[in-house]
Design a protein around this ligand. Structure first.
Ligand code: FAD
Length: 547
């Protein structure tokens, strides 16, 4: 099979157009082309007057060798024609018949789920622990915060089955480049579990929150059918670590809140970026943790129609293009960078705290992305050296400080402080909001967001918004509304691991996913889960002398 890339077609092309374009491009007639299947579909909107689709197509031809010989003589064709990469996922190990203890996976976010699935497929029957509840119960608790201002600290947007991305836009695009087979494994497992099939081909796939809930349940059924076992409402509160005479440290088990010690030699630590209490325990137990950079800022909302018009011009509203997104960055005079984060077209801003007396924002969408507003984080990069020096966990204290300020400025009850862009730029508090109605539930209080962010972040965002307005006309419109604070952009720590993917100072402990500082987003966390499961599988299958 060969892959032909850069095949351009108009947005409104008809059904047989792809095959016809392949034939024309390759000069193939009749039976010479046996099959053409779309591998990837993107659109190119760089020129608003000429927005078109760009396909990669996998093709079967009667004489592959002849076509490749021809391509070798034609530089343009050679650039766009190559053998289709092998996307078959192959397990790296099989569980030996005996001689091992079940691996424990902590966390059922995308990282823990994929790690558990791969371990289960290899025959290792993982035990999967999550502090939160099963996803349907968790959904009720999450809605209780949004509708009734009732927070359940162990069951919310951050904690519980499915992890942090369950109530999200379910964007699957990421900056990371995973091996084709691993990437395909993640996406096909998601589709089998209920994600729309188009995620296998479209360049910027998204799932939407509704289907994510069902997917998480389907994945649970599959993992259980392969011998995995789940325990919900089971918070890990301590780690049993043996220290040898030579000082070598090795995990021997985990301790749950109910007081049970579960013995194991292999722990996948996929606890997400909000497990602050668990980070503290790990630090207290001497597991090597370091502070890492993350970002802080606000959520901004505009009418989605404004973004569509700016990005797509006359093509705004086109069914294939859907609701437009954006990605913005501005390097400020004060040395800071401001960028858009986790943009949710046609979505809503959500209350994303997991701790009492604190307000945190994030965004989510349904698959249809049909809500009135576009939202995105507008965040400023921060570093331990400059902003929270001195202690590996200092970033957490920094986050908490600003989350508490936001709670106070919101006036309590998990209402969030909100401000019109015009007021924010003018340095005055908002007393009322304008034409853009904020979507954050349980509600917002017009306020002064400069009280909820460090001064350098306020200055940086004030400089960035007009610059963004030059890229997307109207981005700095007077009534665009900002809601704060956005503090959980990524983990404030890294639990450093070595080349074998184990903690650098605690063998058998595999820090994984976003919380450990090795992923950012659903897709990259899932990919990391596979890498980690492979490392655990190899170790348990006997290549690890200490296992
Ligand atoms: P998590 O998903 O955070 O999972 C960690 C799990 O560990 C949780 O289930 C938690 O209950 C459990 N846990 C923690 N501590 C313990 C303990 N001590 N004992 C037992 N269990 C524990 N990313 C995208 O790519 N696209 C998006 O559109 C997107 N939108 C988002 C919207 C929202 C509202 C939020 C909050 C996040 C969004 N993200 C999005 C980010 C994405 O959700 C995360 O990057 C991803 O979920 C990280 O996966 P993870 O498996 O590493 O950790």
């Amino acid at each position: 099979m060969l892959r032909l890339t850069e095949l351009k077609l108009p947005l409104d092309h008809g059904e047989g157009a792809i095959e016809a374009a392949v034939r024309q491009r390759l000069g193939l007639r009749g039976d010479a082309l046996r099959r053409a299947q779309v591998a990837r579909r993107a659109w190119d909107a760089r020129k608003k007057s000429d927005i078109h689709l760009v396909y990669s197509v996998d093709i079967e031809v009667a004489d592959e060798a002849a076509l490749l010989r021809r391509a070798a003589r034609d530089r343009t064709l050679a650039r766009n024609l190559s053998p289709t990469p092998d996307a078959t996922y192959r397990h790296v190990a099989r569980a030996p018949a005996s001689g091992w203890k079940r691996p424990v996976v902590i966390g059922t976010g995308p990282c823990g789920l994929m790690a558990a699935l791969i371990l289960a497929e290899m025959g290792f029957r993982p035990l999967i622990l999550d502090r939160g509840k099963v996803v349907r119960e968790r959904t009720k608790d999450t809605w209780a915060l949004w509708r009734r201002s009732v927070l359940t600290p162990e069951s919310n947007v951050q904690f519980g089955e499915g992890g942090a991305g369950t109530f999200s836009d379910g964007k699957l695009y990421s900056g990371i480049k995973a091996p084709e087979a691993v990437s395909r494994k993640v996406l096909t497992e998601f589709v089998t579990a209920g994600a729309p099939e188009e995620i296998l081909t479209v360049a910027k796939p998204h799932i939407g929150t509704f289907r994510l809930v069902t997917m998480v349940e389907s994945l649970r059924a599959k993992i259980e059918s392969l011998g995995g076992e789940y325990r919900f409402r089971t918070k890990v509160v301590d780690f049993a670590i043996a220290v040898g005479r030579d000082g070598a440290r090795r995990i021997r088990g985990v301790v749950t809140e109910a007081g049970e010690t579960i013995e194991t030699d292999h722990v996948v630590l996929a606890i997400g970026h909000s497990a602050r209490d668990t980070f503290q325990v790990l630090h207290d137990r001497g597991v090597f943790i370091e502070a890492k950079p993350f970002s802080i800022g606000v959520r901004i909302e505009h009418p989605q129609s404004l973004i569509d018009r700016a990005r797509f011009g006359d093509f705004a509203g086109n069914r294939i293009l859907g609701a437009a997104d954006y990605k913005l960055v501005h390097h400020c005079g004060n040395g800071r960078s401001v960028y858009s984060f986790c943009m949710c077209p046609g979505g809503t801003v959500v209350a994303a705290t997991s701790e009492e007396g604190r307000v945190v924002t994030n965004g989510m969408s349904q698959y249809s992305r049909a809500e009135r507003n576009a939202n995105a984080g507008i965040v400023v990069g921060i570093t331990p050296e400059q902003d929270y020096p001195g202690h590996p966990l200092a970033g957490i204290a920094f986050q908490r400080h600003w989350e508490e300020r936001a709670y106070a400025a919101g006036g309590g009850g998990y209402r969030a402080p909100a401000q019109r862009v015009e007021d924010f730029l003018a340095g005055r508090p908002s007393t009322a909001l304008g034409s853009v109605i904020p979507s954050y539930k349980p509600g917002v209080t017009p306020a002064d967001l400069s009280l909820c962010l460090p001064d350098f972040a306020v200055a940086a965002i004030r400089e960035a918004l007009p610059a963004f307005g030059r890229q997307i006309p109207g981005f700095d419109m007077a009534d665009a509304v900002m809601t704060g604070v956005e503090t959980r952009t990524s983990s404030p720590i890294r639990i450093r691991r070595g080349a074998d993917l184990q903690s650098v100072n605690t063998a058998g402990l595999y820090p994984a996913g976003e919380g450990a500082g090795y992923a950012g987003g659903i897709y990259s966390a899932a990919v990391d889960g596979i890498r980690i499961a492979e490392a655990v599988g190899r170790a348990m299958a006997g290549q690890d002398a200490a296992a």
